[in-house]
Design a binder for this molecule. Sequence first.
Ligand code: GDP
Length: 203
Amino acid sequence: MEIKQAEFIMSAPELKQCPEERVTEYAFIGRSNVGKSSLINMMVRKKNLAKTSSTPGKTQLINFFKINDSWMLVDLPGYGYAKVAKSMKGKFHKIITDYVSRRENLVNLFVLIDSRHQPQKIDLDFMEWLGEEGIPFSIVFTKVDKISSTVLNKNLNHYKKEMLKVWEEMPKNFISSSTSEIGRAELLSYIGSVNTSLEGKFK
Ligand code: GDP
């Protein structure tokens, strides 16, 4: 799929203020600094569509971008900076859990993981919760340009091993680099195929 058009639609502070339009939504989430804004900008090839983490005040909002006038790319707030609490509700902002568990337009959530790091509990817990809630998601291992392919393979194998302690199989996963566009074609092709499979159900 080619991206011909990408336009900012709105920022929503809570679920009930999200757009009413019935189109497929692909949301991106991850710990602060994982490279989410850079990935979104790389996918749409616009430098400043999604604001990077240094932009104050953007963290609590859900940002909607309409792509090719047909589907929505959704930028969710970063997580991981809130004080660790025992319940899921305490760990993730309500806006995240509301959107992710109740948004009917959401057809796939991309969970971003920094490919350089060891598996982090907060990400593993979040994905376990997604599984319990039956929310379709895939993983994107970001910033792969920052490590050698040997280290990347080692880290990916380690991550898979960790996931398989809980999951029967490794969820669908991608690698990405915002500086070299690694993963762009694969992500867009996947989104295109999901959109095609859902044609007719979203009108
Ligand atoms: P966010 O908080 O998840 O939106 O993260 P940002 O997109 O703001 O990225 C955090 C930092 O990592 C910034 O300094 C980016 O330039 C850098 N970064 C993000 N993605 C990549 C990548 O794929 N490769 C490299 N080398 N740096 C990246």
